[in-house]
Design a protein around this ligand. Structure first.
Ligand code: PLP
Length: 403
């Protein structure tokens, strides 16, 4: 029997670790979403950089429904065709020679950190276990990944944390040089800090990380959970930078809204995850892999990737115009369709107000912390939806500013 549910039910039946908006979306098509009351929103958030091809993309619906009629799940005691096809495509399209599938970004990073330590300890000895990470970084919500992440608000309050993690300032080459040593197992970096404020790394910083890892026999891990699968205008951001990691993690847009995560690495590193060292019941699920294969087929084309770059220019120029006209923002930054607008001093700490006002104006936007508005729309969002969405956003900004 179907039941009517409302936002009020959330507070009665759900664990209170989220504070969702007042409206409940029930349907989406492309970059438009409708709520229970039939109100329409333009989606400039894409989940949080997840719906890389918008909502209900025909190629993804087809892949999912066709696979749904075939086989949903097999254990890891068996392999399956969609997982093998997806892995072959990822290997063909990237530096990687081996792939591990899981269900989320956190799990992909958990696998990456465990593999990096296993490799380092196998090759370099028991003392080679340190992970060098950056302040304000975000790598997921498992205990190891919040510990490696550079935001104590997510890792404090749960008792003793895993040991051997150092945090240094992002984009600070001197700090990196001081932190990396013979004890370093891995350096982990988001090529663009997403949750931490949509802050791109400099090429010099990523190159320095690569060089130091080579010098000390450490592995370079790029967390591309948010930047991957076309988001920056290349299939992965490392390609934009011309700096290649040893391990790369991918999730979010990889499944276009269907849960999947992947850890990509080289054969030399992968062999340290021998039989039984790591695993996941659902990792490599045929439904997830079928959808992700369809995502890759659509995204990894010159037209879609070039489209991301031209939509970037359109988005940034309109955001800059809003910044100049309203005085709400001091800087617009980011790569491809992962964009941030930094709030002026007078409005610092108020991103949530802009998110709420935007929803009232019919546009879904994101925050990246309290001081930066974030946009991560579909990679194939029509230009007309960018224009209309940012018109609505400007209206919302003016409402918050009382203009
Ligand atoms: N890494 C980065 C860079 C992310 O942005 C996120 C999620 O926002 C994660 C890891 C965690 O991914 P998930 O929520 O799928 O576990």
């Amino acid at each position: 029997m179907s039941q009517t549910v409302t936002r009020a039910d959330f507070d009665q039946v759900m664990v209170p670790n989220y504070a969702p908006a007042e409206y409940i979306p029930v349907r989406g098509e492309g970059s438009r979403v409708w709520d229970q009351a039939g109100r329409e929103y333009i989606d400039l958030a894409g989940g949080i950089a997840v719906n890389g091809l918008g909502h209900a993309h025909p190629a993804l619906v087809k892949a999912l429904t066709e696979q749904a009629g075939r086989i949903w799940h097999v254990s890891n005691g068996l392999t399956n065709e969609p997982a093998l096809r997806l892995a072959k495509k990822l290997v063909a399209a990237t530096f990687a020679e081996r792939v591990f599938f899981c269900n989320s970004g956190a799990e992909a990073n958990e696998a990456a950190f465990k593999l990096a330590r296993k490799y380092a300890i196998d090759v370099g000895g028991a003392e080679k276990y340190e992970i060098v990470s950056t302040t304000n970084s975000f790598h997921g919500r498992t205990f190891f990944t919040v510990t490696v992440g550079g935001q104590p608000k997510y890792s404090d309050g749960f008792g003793p944390r895993p040991q051997g993690v150092k945090h240094i300032a992002y984009n600070d080459i001197d700090a990196l040089k001081a932190a990396v040593s013979d004890k370093t197992a891995a350096v982990v970096v988001e090529p663009v800090q997403g949750e931490g404020g949509v802050l791109p790394a400099t090429k010099a910083y990523l190159q320095a990380a690569r060089d130091l890892c080579n010098q000390y026999g450490a592995l370079l891990i790029f967390d591309e959970v948010q930047t991957g699968v076309g988001r920056t205008g290349s299939l992965y951001a490392y390609m934009d930078y011309g700096v290649t990691p040893d391990i790369l993690t991918s999730a979010k847009s990889l499944g276009g809204g269907f849960p999947i995560g992947a850890m990509l690495t080289t054969e030399t590193v992968a062999k340290h995850f021998g039989v039984g060292t790591h695993g996941s019941t659902y990792g490599g699920n045929p439904l997830a892999c079928s959808v992700a294969e369809a995502v890759l087929d659509v995204v990894n084309t010159p037209e879609v990737l070039a489209g991301v770059r031209s939509k970037h220019a359109r988005f940034v120029s309109r955001l800059n115009e809003i910044a100049t006209k309203t005085g709400a923002f001091t800087q617009v930054r980011g790569m491809g369709l992962l964009l941030g607008a930094v709030l002026s001093d007078a409005y610092k700490g108020r991103t949530k107000d802009f998110v709420v006002a935007s929803a009232k104006a019919g546009v879904i936007v994101l925050q990246a912390g309290p001081d930066v508005m974030r946009f991560a729309p579909s990679l194939v969002i029509p230009d007309a939806d960018i224009d209309a969405g940012l018109d609505r956003f400007e209206q919302a900004v003016r409402t918050v500013l009382g203009q």
